[in-house]
Design a binder for this molecule. Structure first.
Ligand code: PHE
Length: 330
């Protein structure tokens, strides 16, 4: 007679246990064969044997159940152990990255204008003369082209020197009303403490049918924007010139560093120049085939904003990828 009690106790896995169960309870198992033998026995032996069979059935059945629970549990534990992710693996804190200060300021500017219902437009970095100059009232040989030292490609295309060509593309592809900003990189042949050959601008353009858009609209909109960006500053509009706007203005804020004392950043003027703007020149509307419309436009340098907001003394340092600078913005 096999020692099923010990076989069950020592069983290591569910498959093995199932084999044992079949050897006891299966069609050809010891119980079935035992009960089949009963009829060959005489009355008294039959009774004893039947009793022993019943006892074995109950005892072994209970043992099997208990063992099955135990093995099931062990299998789940083993699987959990295998699937577990060891979250203690990195015991040194990971270095986290940071948003680059220029992109951070760009995001804040975009967020503001999106909240004011401006749409977000983009255009190509490689532009042609028409979109970058001609349609913006900068005909060939116009002296104002010298304001922007241009990178030309061999095929006479160029790297856009400002985001203003996106105005032209937007006006050529849709009708007024337009209320857009165009953030993006621009390129000029310039390199010193306050200039890098690639930098970022955000362009703005508002156009309405009729004469409803005025310089006053532009003024109040920009004043609100600059107060949002720089806090409680004074805003000053200074007459200036851009070929694509008339009248044009350069916009200054009161110096956020010296608050009227005069310092090196404001070159002792107590004012900081932050953007250019104006009422859209009729020649620009003519170039895109718009009639009886009015509009204003503005353009700002994102690095200029970032320099002022983060007190970065040398603009070039923003593009050197030096971790010691970038880590300060974590
Ligand atoms: N495009 C001008 C520049 O790059 C900025 C500007 C845009 C000025 C729109 C007026 C209106 O200097």
């Amino acid at each position: 007679m096999r020692d099923f009690v010990n076989e069950i106790k020592n069983c290591q896995n569910l498959a093995e246990l199932e084999k044992i169960r079949l050897e006891i309870f299966g069609k050809k198992g010891i119980l079935a064969t035992g009960f089949a033998k009963l009829k060959e026995l005489d009355e008294s032996a039959k009774k004893d044997f039947a009793e022993s069979l019943n006892r074995q059935r109950d005892e072994l059945g209970a043992l099997l159940e208990a063992k099955k629970d135990e093995l099931n549990e062990l299998e789940i534990l083993a699987k959990m152990k295998q699937d577990a992710v060891d979250i203690s693996l990195f015991n040194e804190p990971l270095q986290t990255g940071a948003i680059h200060p220029v992109m951070d300021v760009m995001d804040r500017i975009i967020e503001y204008f999106v909240s004011q219902n401006f749409s977000l437009e983009t255009g190509p970095l490689v532009e042609d003369d028409f979109h970058n100059f001609e349609a913006l009232n900068l005909p060939k040989y116009h002296p104002a082209r010298d304001m922007q030292d241009t990178f030309y490609l061999k095929d006479s295309r160029l790297l856009r020197t400002h985001t203003s060509p996106v105005q032209i593309r937007k006006m050529l592809s849709s009708k007024p009303p337009i209320r857009m900003i165009a953030p993006g990189s621009v390129f000029r042949r310039d390199f010193d403490v306050t200039h890098t050959p690639m930098f970022h601008q955000v362009e703005g353009l508002v156009v309405e049918q009729g004469d409803s858009v005025s310089f006053a609209n532009l003024k109040s909109m920009l004043e609100n924007f600059l107060k949002y960006m720089f806090g409680d500053v004074k805003v000053r509009f200074r007459p200036s010139f851009f070929p694509f706007t008339e009248p044009s203005a350069e916009v200054d804020i009161s110096c956020i560093f010296c608050h009227g004392e005069g310092c090196r950043v404001c070159k002792h003027t107590t004012w900081l120049e932050v953007l250019g703007c104006g009422v859209v020149d009729p020649n620009v509307f003519k170039a895109v085939g718009y009639k009886d419309v009015s509009g204003y436009a503005f353009g700002l340098g994102v690095e200029r904003f970032a320099m002022l907001l983060h007190r970065v003394p040398d603009l070039r340092s923003l593009f050197e990828g030096d971790l010691r600078l970038l880590e300060q913005f974590r």
